[in-house]
Design a protein around this ligand. Sequence first.
Ligand code: FES
Ligand code: FES
Length: 169
Amino acid sequence: MALIVNGIEAPPPADPRVSLADYLRDHRHLTGTKIGCNQGACGACTVLVDGTRMLSCLMLAVQADGRSVTTIEGLGTPEALHPLQAAFVEHDGLQCGYCTPGQICSAVAMVEELRRGMPSHVTGDVGETTIAPTREELRERMSGNLCRCGAHNGIIAAIEDAFGLETAA
Ligand code: FES
Ligand code: FES
């Protein structure tokens, strides 16, 4: 078996106790994925597993066996930024940048969740299949990604811009 990491097959670690976050950083040398709390509270380690946002510090690498893992390195490169990466630069969505890879991975999957009509805690009618991407929805859906620099307003502005979301305050 193997994991597919950013489109490339990679063997799982021999030690089944290795977290996905440690595997990506230490075994695959993909240090874009950051570890903040290492206990599921900050979102810095967010990556996409089969397109779903996951906290890689809370997942074992062997649990991703046979699945497709996308890290920030797989979304864009310095030469060819993902539109959301470009929007983060444009809207000052980062200061120290430590939380940024997790914010971007999280937002990519979050917008898909929104478009698929998955309700959040603040969705008024959970039976609705079309959910308006209000600021309240975006803030709630990104609330698992903390930014200690306080760049949250720029982060929301970048998400709105990159995905063409018409939001109201
Ligand atoms: S490092 Fe995984 S949630 Fe904080
Ligand atoms: S930019 Fe510094 S933690 Fe978010």
